[in-house]
Design a protein around this ligand. Sequence first.
Ligand code: 4AZ
Length: 302
Amino acid sequence: MKLLDTKLLKVLAFCGVFLLLAAVGGVIALVVLSLQSNNVICADSTGCKNSTSLQNCDCGISAAATSRIIGGSDVTTGQFPFQVSLQTNSSHICGGTLVSCSWVLTARHCFSGSTTPQDWVAVVGTLNLNDVTSPNVQKRVLKNIVYYNTSSSNDNDIALVELQSPVVFTEFVQPACLPLDTTMLTVGQTCTILGWGLTSEGGSPSYNLLQAQINLYSNSECQNLLNTPITNSMICAGVPNGGADTCQGDSGGPLLCADNETKKWIVAGITSSGHGCGRPNSPGVYTRTTDFNSWIRSYVFS
Ligand code: 4AZ
């Protein structure tokens, strides 16, 4: 009887350990599977082609609640997963905005040094330009650079670049929303600028991605302040006292404004030019993305 008990106990213990191991294995498998299903395969879903609502588009989503560029603060992981660094010879040249798995929106003037797509690498999923070996980082050589036009004026400072192969959407790599036909930008509205550019006029760049909040200006006020033509294809943004602005190296990156309906981030502007950086009464000039909406959409959602 005693012998049988011991044997039975041994069998039961063996079964218990086996069941425990099976359960742990099952949990691990479930976690891995659910993580993988979060990594939405880029399909440029039909929800994003809708140009009147962002409700059914997986875009412009921040993993963190909204909170040197000039006067900036550090971006946190997953806060703006659409920020791109466009590089030649492993050096950051310009910012850009991921708008689909294969397309990045940026400024035309970024390509003054080289117009050869193969010279350029788009780096996505990083906050720190020194930390490009992180597993969250995805790098793609460019396949194609498309200009709205190639005039060398400050006007129409916009380009779309196509990646040689699509990036994979993860927690760290997501597209921003394109404007809607109904997107209304209002004077005084607070929007966000991002970049690795100079942290003071004539100063040094930032290795960490920085953000700052600035307000939209009317074109007429901006034109008076800067004493330079501000066309309908431009939009100005800044703060009256200066101290929060984009600067050299931020070009091509986004001016992000929240969608009224969904609060998703829309790329409302592209950092383009200005008079110095962070000066009082000297807002930065951005390409007005809403003015190029159908041109952009014809490539991104073709
Ligand atoms: C630039 O040189 C640049 N303060 C970008 C933005 C601004 C000024 C200069 C706006 O790329």
